[in-house]
Design a protein around this ligand. Structure first.
Ligand SMILES: *Cc1c(COP(=O)(O)O)cnc(C)c1O
Length: 370
């Protein structure tokens, strides 16, 4: 064993199907975290597997300066489903890179440096995105750039006060994920939109966790009726193959500077993303996320817990006695995998294919353990 970054779990996973993964002894686990939200259409969806296999046998990779039909189709598809008029697409390999690109494009187009972000925010772990990430534990010892101002999430006035004519960008999650599952209060995203419109700053929505139907609509910002100047997506986009995207408005794309990446828009992750978007639409999974999510949150609210928050199938359960303890007993006693969001929140980000009976299994297990 030579990995040193991940804290490894005592279960070795070897296969997956739908909402389930299986360990090396064949034991089944209900993956209520969708493996960091990377399996929105379930594990090994046959359409995604077929698209990947077929693309892999045609062409594994070609340098990005040559267009491919697969990449062009994904550009068109993403532009088509983007909120507002974010019809320009930059493809990369992860969430943090999607945010790095958004921040770079915003700085280049505005000629400004300052970024405004929210306390509790998580935007990734490369230095630019990390600078807009709040948690000290992630920042310590890395000489993180200091040009980001943090404001309380949810306070529109504080945000407006921080944004001025030196601000390149405001970056926000429509629902904070890693920070504890905190939805934006009513009017907050619009306040951010107004502050950016008044000062010429770019509004970036990080929908890496909230996007792709998880909150009941394809993008969470649709529910607030607010379109950003740049939107980032990754995690489930390629059903686990590494791909992220930055969708940007014309004014950011026209003066975006020189950015690039060797693997940008490689055909295999693009094929996985196209197939994933097809399944999301064909199986109407955003609607399923809305209805199963409503059921799940209502049932969870009846438990002995401090709070239940979220939208659709992005759910945070604030427990009384530590999330890690609850997560361990869910996995070992009930065969259910979930995620933490800080010390006290159990986070559920299941595949959007789960049913009410999967949801009930989690509720029953939590009722027993809490
Ligand atoms: C996971 C996540 C990221 C970072 O994505 P990576 O692919 O791990 O770099 C950024 N923003 C949000 C909201 C996330 O949930």
């Amino acid at each position: 064993m030579s990995g040193f970054v991940f804290g490894e779990k005592p279960i070795q996973i070897e296969s997956g199907e739908g909402p389930f993964v299986y360990d090396d002894g064949g034991t089944e686990y209900l993956d209520m975290g969708a493996s960091y939200a990377c399996a929105p259409v379930g594990h090994c969806h046959p359409d995604v597997v077929e698209a990947v296999e077929s693309q892999a046998s045609d062409l594994l990779f070609v340098q990005g300066s040559y267009p491919t039909g697969t990449r062009t189709a994904l550009y068109d598809r993403l532009a088509d489903v983007a909120p507002g008029d974010l019809s320009n697409v930059w493809l990369c390999n992860s969430g943090t890179e999607a945010n790095e690109a958004a921040l770079k494009f915003a700085r280049h187009a505005t000629g400004r440096e300052k970024v405004v972000a929210a306390k509790r925010a998580f935007h990734g772990r490369t230095l630019g995105s990390l600078a807009a990430t709040w948690k000290q534990k992630y920042r310590e010892g890395f000489a993180v750039p200091e040009n980001v101002e943090f404001v309380d999430y949810g306070d529109g006035e504080a945000l407006a006060d921080a944004v001025d004519d030196e601000t390149a960008a405001v970056v926000l999650e429509p629902i904070q994920g890693e920070g504890g599952v905190h939805p934006a209060p009513e009017g907050y995203l619009q306040a951010a939109r107004d502050a950016c419109d008044e000062t010429g700053a770019a509004l970036i929505f990080d929908e890496i966790q909230t996007g792709l139907g998880r909150t009941g609509t394809l993008w969470a910002c649709e529910q607030a009726g607010v379109a950003p100047d740049a939107l980032t997506v990754a995690k489930g986009l390629g059903s686990g193959l590494p791909i992220g995207a930055t969708l940007v408005a014309d004014w950011l794309a026209e003066d975006s500077g020189d950015h690039g990446s060797t693997f940008s828009g490689g055909p295999v992750p693009c094929a996985a993303a196209l197939a994933t978007l097809d399944v999301l639409e064909d199986e109407d999974l955003a609607a399923n996320a809305a209805s199963v999510g409503d059921h799940l949150r209502a049932e969870l609210s009846a438990l002995d817990v401090r709070d239940v928050r979220g939208e659709g199938l992005m759910v945070g359960v604030e427990v009384k006695r530590g999330a890690n303890r609850a997560l361990k007993s869910l996995a070992l006693n009930h065969g259910i995998l979930a995620l933490p969001a800080g010390r006290t929140v159990v986070r559920l980000l299941p595949p959007l294919t789960v049913t009410e009976s999967h949801a009930d299994r989690v509720v029953d297990a939590l009722a027993e353990e809490l």
